[in-house]
Design a protein around this ligand. Structure first.
Ligand SMILES: [Fe+2]
Ligand SMILES: [Fe+2]
Length: 197
């Protein structure tokens, strides 16, 4: 038994696959955001690996790497902005409203807001850099692309930890059923989805 295991070829890396978030979870919008954080963490981990392995230096020749890059590209292009809007336009303002005189929370929200501003500025160089590589071309603005990848990977990890460990638990405790429904409806509309019955 042990010897047959030993003789196996080295395990291939798992391809990057982002599970779709069930639309029903829009009825529990904080859990929807939490699920999106899991997917964003997968994106960051893969970007970090591609960076460390020097893969971003030239267009991918390996199909598996190109497939991972395509998943990253699509997430950054289509999903990151709505995620940030869920937080900036729904989660954060409502949490402020439900946290009068909680200055510590306001401080944390202000920091996270600044980081969102920076994320939004990074989206364009990140998306166009991945698009260049996927088109088999060298990245047009290589230096900006590489510093953007490093910065994004660096800041997101801590950002998500703060949101998951401080902001989401506060929202779960402080939001009413009506708050949850209003946020869920906004998030559905943002994605062109029906609010689940
Ligand atoms: Fe955020
Ligand atoms: Fe987030």
């Amino acid at each position: 038994m042990a010897s047959s295991l030993k003789n196996k070829a080295p395990r291939q890396r798992e391809p990057l696959v982002l599970e779709l978030i069930p639309e029903n979870l829009l009825r529990e919008p904080i859990e929807y955001i939490f699920a999106d954080h899991y997917r964003l963490r997968q994106i960051i981990a893969t970007m970090d690996r591609l960076l460390t392995e020097g893969v971003y230096a030239q267009p991918p020749t390996d199909e598996a790497i190109a497939a991972d890059m395509a998943v990253i590209h699509a997430y950054l292009r289509d999903e990151l902005s709505p995620h940030i809007a869920d937080e900036e336009d729904d989660l954060f303002p409502r949490l402020e409203l439900r946290s009068p005189a909680d200055y510590e929370t306001k401080q944390i929200l202000a920091t996270l807001h600044q980081e969102h501003e920076e994320d939004l500025a990074l989206i364009q160089p990140l998306v166009s850099g991945h698009a260049d590589l996927l088109a088999g071309k060298p990245v047009a603005n290589k230096e900006l692309f590489e510093t953007s990848v490093v910065r994004f990977v660096e800041t997101q990890r801590r950002h998500i930890v703060w949101e998951n460990n401080i902001i989401l638990p506060l929202a779960r405790r402080r939001f009413s059923v009506e708050d949850m429904e209003e946020i869920g409806r906004d998030m559905a509309a943002r994605r062109g989805l029906e609010y689940p019955a």
